[in-house]
Design a protein around this ligand. Structure first.
Ligand SMILES: *Cc1c(COP(=O)(O)O)cnc(C)c1O
Length: 434
């Protein structure tokens, strides 16, 4: 199967899997095993010198997990992929893989709350500096803050929850001019709505917990690489230096760049961070993510269409102060969204509730179909008061910088009947102001 010539919807149900290699099973089997038979000491030696590729231990790799990795790599046009146990592991491992030993990550405050918190509470004490200075739609705001210690630019394609859109090509061009990779969290967009690698990104991370799986039943993450970044440019010596674990049969030490020239980033992440920090994805969860991925386009296309109806309802409602989504009237990210998200900007939006805190509480209690959950991309529609929950760890100043106003309610549009969803919001407004 020449995967690169096939369309997205074909790849999403077939890429990375050949039934002939699995007793003809049409659905990828769940290899629920810790370890794999090594065969013989001679074979172990071939495996450990990478002369033969095979499975040893599920923390380092598993055939069910590998189908998910290869399928997402095919969808995004990546040369390598490593699946991990959560989106947070995908973000933190990627940035550790870039900025270890005193490097700095240049980013924006328009980020998922957990990511922002990880920067502050985990990466900074480990010696990885984070400069959250830029606006994702304004590469010039990043340009001013690049220092000799900067090791990557990091943005979300569509930010959570304020739905700001990053200027991927502008940021990639800036990063590459300084010998730096652009790392993009493409969780809200999903591979269906945006392809950051095509627009210059070097590393793409996902929380597969969200719309990739799409059914609210898995925590999972994935890291992908473009295969185009010149890791030998002097800023990333850890990819070029010889390693004992990468020795050949004669004992000669090799580097990640030498042994895996097409995907050194994801292999180093696998053999260092996944191997020793250990956030491995379980085979059953990988299987659930694969089943969800089979309907990604159909689900997300419907969510985009329904989001349009919900936005239209909110925009005309007297108790709505504003709506944040590229499809909302007058949104300042509409042009970037048309360029990078031609099929729509997804089903996550936020709006300003025009009322007292008590009325907002009554509104949240009154919705019947919009479930009060800290998740997005689910088959069910979800609502949450982001300032108190998903972004509750941020201080009021940090919230303001992230574009999260106190009256913000975030919606994640699901797959229900659109009219039912709109009617449910209408009746909840009625009860909140009764
Ligand atoms: C949810 C989310 C994450 C974290 O993913 P988990 O799978 O919950 O660990 C990271 N980035 C974004 C944009 C998210 O929405």
């Amino acid at each position: 199967m020449t995967e690169r010539t096939l369309g997205f919807d074909t790849l999403k149900v077939r890429a990375g899997y050949d039934p002939a290699e699995h007793l003809g099973a049409i659905s990828p089997p769940i290899y629920q095993t810790t370890a794999f038979d090594l065969g013989s000491p001679e074979r172990v030696k071939r495996l450990l010198t990478f002369d033969e590729l095979g499975y040893l231990y599920t923390r380092l790799g598993n055939p069910t997990v590998a189908v998910l990795e290869q399928r997402l790599a095919a969808l995004d046009g990546a040369t390598g992929a490593t699946a991990v146990a959560s989106g947070m592991a995908a973000v933190s491992f990627s940035l550790l893989n870039l900025a270890e030993g005193g490097g700095r990550i240049l980013t924006t405050k328009r980020l998922y709350g957990g990511t922002f918190d990880c920067f502050k509470k985990v990466l900074a004490p480990l010696g990885v500096g984070v400069d959250a200075v830029g606006e994702p739609d304004d590469p010039a705001s990043f340009a001013k803050a690049i220092t000799p210690e900067t090791r990557a630019l990091f943005v979300e394609t569509v930010s959570n929850p304020s739905a700001a859109v990053a200027d991927l090509e502008g940021l990639a061009e800036l990063a590459h001019r300084h010998g730096l990779p652009l790392v993009v969290d493409n969780t809200l967009a999903t591979p269906y709505l945006s392809n950051p690698i095509r627009h210059g990104a070097d590393v793409v991370v996902y929380s597969a917990t969200k719309a990739i799986t799409g059914h609210g039943n898995v925590i999972a993450g994935v890291v992908l690489e473009s295969g185009r970044f010149p890791w030998g440019n002097g800023k990333f010596p850890h990819f070029a230096e010889p390693h004992w674990t990468l020795r050949d049969a004669e004992g000669r030490l090799r580097s990640f760049l030498e042994l895996f020239p097409d995907f050194p980033f994801t292999m180093r992440l696998r053999l260092h961070h996944l191997a020793y920090l250990g956030a491995a994805l379980g085979p059953f969860d990988a299987y659930l993510a694969l089943v969800g991925l089979e309907t990604l386009s159909e689900r997300v296309a419907k969510q985009v269409a329904t989001a349009g109806k919900v936005i239209a309802f909110l925009e005309q409602h007297e108790r709505v102060a504003w709506v944040d989504h590229p499809a909302a009237r007058g949104n300042r990210h509409a042009a970037l969204a048309a360029k990078y998200l031609p099929r729509g900007a997804g089903g996550v939006l936020s709006f300003g509730f025009k009322g007292t805190e008590e009325q907002a509480r009554r509104f949240l209690n009154a919705t019947e179909l919009w479930s009060y959950h800290a998740n997005i991309g689910d088959a069910r529609s979800l609502i949450i008061d982001a300032p108190n929950t998903t972004h509750g760890e941020l201080t009021p100043d940090e919230q303001q910088a992230a574009g999260i106003r106190p009256e913000t309610l975030r919606l994640s549009v699901g797959l229900e009947d659109p009219d039912d969803l709109v009617k449910d919001l209408a009746q909840a407004f009625g009860k909140a102001f009764a």
